[in-house]
Write a protein that binds this ligand. Sequence first.
Ligand code: NAD
Length: 417
Amino acid sequence: MVTETLNPFGIAQEQFDIAADMLNLSDSLRVHLRVPQRELCVNFPVKMDDGSTRVYTGYRIQHNLARGPTKGGIRYHLSVTRDDICALAMLMTWKCAVSGLPYGGAKGGVIVDPQALSASEVERLTRRYASEISLVIGPEKDIPAPDVNTNPQIMAWIMDTISMHKGYTVPAVVTGKPLNIGGSEGRNEATAYGVVYALSEAARHLNMDLSRARVAVQGFGNAGANTVRMLYELGATVVAVSDSRGGVYHPGGLRPDALLAHKRHTGALGGFAEADAISNAELLEIDCDVLVPAALGVQISADNAARVKARLIAEAANAPITPAADRILSDQGCFVLPDVLAGAGGITVSYFEWVQGLQEFFWTEREVNAQLERVITGAFQRVLHVAQAHRVHMRTAAYMIAVQRVADAVTTRGIYP
Ligand code: NAD
């Protein structure tokens, strides 16, 4: 029986420690990089439709600013905690560094179930939260983007709120905006494209034919549903998918358009006529070749890792696998594409959006996707090279590259004053 921490920030620090040990990182750099640089917690009132007022708690946490402005999504979820956001901010630092993007990591979140609010309540909550965190965000400081339960419309409200404060339009304060106000072509599908580019490289390395693979995807939102569609279009058989309320399974294959239509009609995947109902836990253990966790963190731990049957896992979600599970999966020959690599498509195209916004010069979707493929395949090859050279799995290799890059930036800049 393995005892392990399931605290997200504890997990993030453990993953960092593994890479720091491999790199023989100095104690002073370890202490510096193990904790976030800045944390803002805000408790703010929102007027509800019925005239009452509710106070919500939110965060914006910046892990490290050495390589540039910080960047990371904003999450609306009842499970949001300070530790969760610290962990995700740290992870964003490594994700940016692995792909060579000139950013540090940040993350934001509000403890709320947006599905329980009206659209105008979500707008008022968003504008007030944006106002509260305007102290620390900005095109040269920290640039939010969508994450779980946030979307382009919410980014538009944040951009508008900050622009109203300034008195002029500030498109580069967020990414993942709608196209008509400075968004980038390809941003919506970017996380999924990143997953698919990384999977294609891994499949080539493993001599696996993706077009014949049986795949299971946990989570059916921006990252999950787009990944399902793209893998289906490549010829893969999608045997199982799930959302927060459970999943569906059909060994003969599910059609993404029918799943989407069902979800749009009923609000959930459950009850889809052509498939059997399964739980989220069962989905992770389903008989398949490729598994894509694309929902929340801490899904595969020492408890269930030995029952995972997939040969290849691509982490679209942030932090779905614990360090103890990493070891079990590696021992059973499962190749894991870590979040900081497989999940980097969104941040990469967010970077392209930020660059396009600052230059006011916009690219075609074809240009965006070609540049994205270049970044992800280049990162995959660098990580694979380090993994093979040091006989470590892909997460540790990715962290070794990222931590070294950030440590070098910190060292070169020196300590002020
Ligand atoms: P989303 O809100 O669009 O979708 C989330 C999906 O997960 C929904 O289908 C929801 O029903 C499902 N879900 C929620 N709780 C679940 C649970 N306990 N079990 C199974 N499914 C559950 O969010 P998203 O943007 O697709 O983000 C999904 C994951 O991908 C997150 O971990 C996020 O951090 C990560 N990610 C997103 C982006 C991005 O650009 N959106 C980029 C990189 C990583």
